[in-house]
Design a protein around this ligand. Structure first.
Ligand SMILES: Nc1ncnc2c1ncn2[C@@H]1O[C@H](COP(=O)(O)OP(=O)(O)OP(=O)(O)O)[C@@H](O)[C@H]1O
Length: 365
């Protein structure tokens, strides 16, 4: 059992700075997803931990000991990659055993145990070219897990498997990974995968950790508008507003309608803000009411578990609403009214992008 600690780690390649003062600790048995846009530095972070290259600055500790400068094979790390990286001339069995520094019966026993767990016992004699992508991925995972590593690094391991298997693995992987005591760093470009698999998510943007928190907290309390936009499909709706405080209540005009937002802490009005409302927090109806935004339906996309409406608000802003499939939706070109509960509104400072208010969203009005 060993903790992984990344302390103020930086790395530059010429003008690119894929790691810029990163600090993160992963406990034994914990799964932390590293999630962020393409090019944000996720792979560079994993490679520094693995020893494929060293940081310019800062320290990386496993079990309290610095591993900077130590050869990769001495770091107690297991790794699996999106491209599987199996040895083509070896069987699945030998690929898995190559992750172990042991011999004889012990190897056979551990290969049998891990391949049973990963349901690949029947393909152990096959070469990689004879395996499906799902079987390749399981073989690569078995190789990473077999040595009971202190730290397990998984670089987008489900990127190249089909949608059905990805869905199944999202359900299976957390249980599988938690059977061991490895500190797991799991890189993904898919926010759903990060939310399904991880205990905590580390959001990496431009080489910096923008937020590290549980999946539920990141969704409900994104630290900034950039993070709010990375989580959610369809993505969060935004409107430029200048909230005012009156009688202890914040309100703002959105497309001509005055919306109550939250109980205001003070009497001060806020400056220019982004108002954010998630598509699933919008209600759409044909009847007007107090605080409803007039809008027109531009298009409707039925999406099985929900219907997504593209709306044009009275001021021309386009928003998306995600409604349960059985909710009345109207039809394209219908005039409708859009509402959201005051506690569904998030406010972000326009200048800094940071979320305003400490409570999950803002305090309910
Ligand atoms: N060996 C290298 N030499 C020079 N630049 C590099 C090297 N490795 C990475 N970079 C640069 O560092 C930045 C971060 O790359 P990285 O591969 O870590 O991104 P990522 O977040 O893993 O992206 P993706 O999700 O697309 O895999 C990029 O600008 C990339 O071009």
């Amino acid at each position: 059992m060993a903790r992984l600690e990344i302390n103020s780690v930086s790395k530059a390649f010429g003008a690119a700075r894929p790691a810029d003062g990163l600090s993160l600790a992963v406990e034994p048995g914990e799964i932390v997803a590293v999630f962020g846009p393409s090019g944000s530095g996720k792979t560079v972070l994993l490679r520094m931990i693995a020893g494929m290259f060293e940081p310019d600055d800062g320290d990386i500790l496993i079990g309290g000991r610095s591993v900077v400068g130590a050869p990769p094979e001495r770091r107690g790390i297991g790794m699996a990659f999106q491209n599987f990286a199996l040895f083509p001339h070896m069987t699945a069995r030998d690929n898995i055993a190559s992750g172990l520094r042991a011999s004889g019966n012990e190897v056979a026993r551990r290969v049998a145990a891990i391949s049973k767990l990963l349901k690949i016992e029947h393909v152990l004699g096959h070469a990689p070219r004879e395996l499906s992508n799902g079987q390749k991925q399981r073989t690569a995972l078995a190789r990473a897990l077999i040595g009971n590593p202190d730290v397990l690094l998984l670089d987008d391991p489900l990127r190249n498997v089909d949608a059905k298997l990805r869905y199944e693995m999202r359900l299976e992987l957390p249980n599988l990974l938690r059977r061991g005591t490895a500190a797991v760093l799991y890189v993904t470009q898919d926010y759903r995968e990060a939310m399904a698999i991880a205990d905590r998510i580390a959001v990496l943007i431009d080489g910096r950790l923008a937020q590290v928190a549980t999946p539920a907290d990141i969704y409900a309390q994104p630290a900034s508008v950039a993070i709010a936009r990375l989580f959610g499909d369809p993505t969060i709706n935004l409107a430029e507003v200048s909230p005012v405080a009156e009688h202890g209540m914040l309100s703002a005009e959105v497309a001509g309608a005055r919306m109550r937002l939250a109980a205001a802490d003070g009497t001060a009005s806020l400056g220019s803000c982004w108002l954010g409302v998630r598509p699933e927090d919008l209600a759409v109806s044909s009847a007007s009411s107090d605080g409803a935004i007039p809008a027109r339906i531009l298009a409707i996309t039925p999406m099985h578990e929900k219907a997504v409406l593209l709306l044009r608000l009275a001021d021309g802003t386009e928003w998306l609403a995600a409604l349960p499939p059985d909710a009345p939706q109207g039809a394209a070109d219908d005039g409708v009214f859009v509402r959201f509960a005051s506690d569904a509104a998030m406010l972000f400072d326009r200048a800094t992008g940071l979320r305003i208010g400490a409570s999950p969203r803002l305090k309910a009005a």
